[in-house]
Design a protein around this ligand. Structure first.
Ligand SMILES: [Zn+2]
Length: 143
């Protein structure tokens, strides 16, 4: 191509490219942190919806299974409730499996694979084991 004094060369000069890249970098620097905030916020809302769903599903499963609450809570009753909780958690996507060594006499269980923010759920049975309280280490509780 021959150089002509009146014709501008096609494309951008190096300075124009640098200016465009700087503008893009500034826009990205302003946008990405707030975008991360939106994602974390959305995951927190999602987590709390999951918590509420788990709590409701446990109560539903308890009623559906026709479990009788004894006057004095027995180990068998508590184990049945724990098994039911694991069944509910598996339905909600947890891979946790109930076995004899999983049983906790204090009625407090943890699950670390159901929160979208990678938090750990601490699930505590009510005193009669008919309902549960659930709190996420990252997102708190839906209550
Ligand atoms: Zn969470």
């Amino acid at each position: 191509m021959r150089w002509h004094p009146l014709r501008r060369e096609a494309g951008m000069t190096m300075i124009e490219v640098v200016v465009v890249l700087v503008i893009l970098a500034i826009l990205a620097a302003m946008t990405i942190p707030s975008l991360n905030g939106f994602i974390t916020d959305a995951n927190q809302k999602n987590c709390r919806a999951i918590e509420k769903d788990i709590a409701n599903s446990y109560v539903e499963a308890f009623v559906d299974n026709g479990i009788e609450t004894p006057g004095t809570l027995t180990e068998d009753y508590k184990k049945n409730c724990a098994k039911l909780l694991y069944k509910v958690m598996r339905e909600k996507g947890s891979a946790a499996v109930y076995n004899s060594s999983t049983y906790k006499t204090d009625g407090i269980y943890t699950f670390s694979d159901a929160c979208p923010n990678k938090g750990t759920y601490t699930i505590t049975f009510s005193t009669d084991y008919r309902s549960i309280d659930i709190t996420c280490s990252v997102d708190g509780s839906y209550k």
